[in-house]
Design a protein around this ligand. Sequence first.
Ligand SMILES: Nc1nc2c(ncn2[C@@H]2O[C@H](COP(=O)(O)OP(=O)(O)O)[C@@H](O)[C@H]2O)c(=O)[nH]1
Ligand SMILES: [Mg+2]
Length: 312
Amino acid sequence: MLSVTIEFNSILEEEAIDPQHATTKIVVVIPTLNECKAVGKVVGGVKHVMADYNCTVLIIDGHSTDGTDQIAKEKGATVIYQRGKGYGDALKTGFLYARKQLKAKVLVMLDADLTYHPKHIPALVAPILKDEADMVVGDRFAGMQKGAMPFVNRFGNKMLSLVAKLALGLNVYDTQSGMRAFKSTLLDRMKLEAVGMPLAMEMLAEAHDADARIREVPISYLPRVGETKLHPIKDGGRILGTTVRLMFDIRPLLFFGSIGAVLGIMGLLLHSLTLPTELAHLVFPYLFISGATLLFGFGFILVVIKSLRKRK
Ligand SMILES: Nc1nc2c(ncn2[C@@H]2O[C@H](COP(=O)(O)OP(=O)(O)O)[C@@H](O)[C@H]2O)c(=O)[nH]1
Ligand SMILES: [Mg+2]
């Protein structure tokens, strides 16, 4: 705890702001659920780092019962309350409010638990302000502090990013990072449905599918203050489920092709195993192979439909 506070208070290495970008509206969106121990410092830190920018700190509170919202207001944040439940729902509420009510051009995401240091925000928004990227993700593994992420979460994170690479073609090292910045116009090109933790993956997949320029920058990741809301197994499973759904939506040929390939291999195996016996004439293996061919064809049709829709 002590080391977290020292690190968090440490001298801020701020990136100099280009004067032509000082007027661009930036909204830092922070979902909170019972974060009374950390939220004041997070809001204060963001306001300090972003003092030279046209920046609003927006808290989307999930009806905390520990006074989180009051602390955030006292520190100068704009506080709104989510109607639904969940991390993803809170963020989507915040994105909408930031864009419509606050006229945000750039959105930044952050947790209210002191894990992400606000000093990284200028480096996250810089490529967007210079129009070199549409979304910038903070890579926590570049500055992972001791005790910041339990082994099971670290392993799960790596696995999810690997699955995202194979299933969605995402070349992002830290897909679950909650510290990001993106152009608010990107919201028009992303179909965001997730209400919980899977929103992080969905945003990346949708942005990638919309041909957005995604970049990663190194950030530090510090031990959390307060109780985590993440359930590694349950949320990990949900993120995996969402990734499969996204694969179906975004890469249908790979989705159906993979199932088809498994079926096809099984069919060929069955065929070669039964070849020396009188079972060889069984239609069973051929059903597998026909099924595989059908699945490939189905995937191909979906790809054509998708590309025709995109062209419209
Ligand atoms: N408004 C709202 N905020 C939430 C909810 N669940 C989590 N959060 C906040 O979202 C951020 C991320 O949650 P956290 O527990 O840190 O998850 P982790 O970073 O994946 O371990 C924190 O600031 C939480 O307070 C929710 O249901 N509603
Ligand atoms: Mg967190």
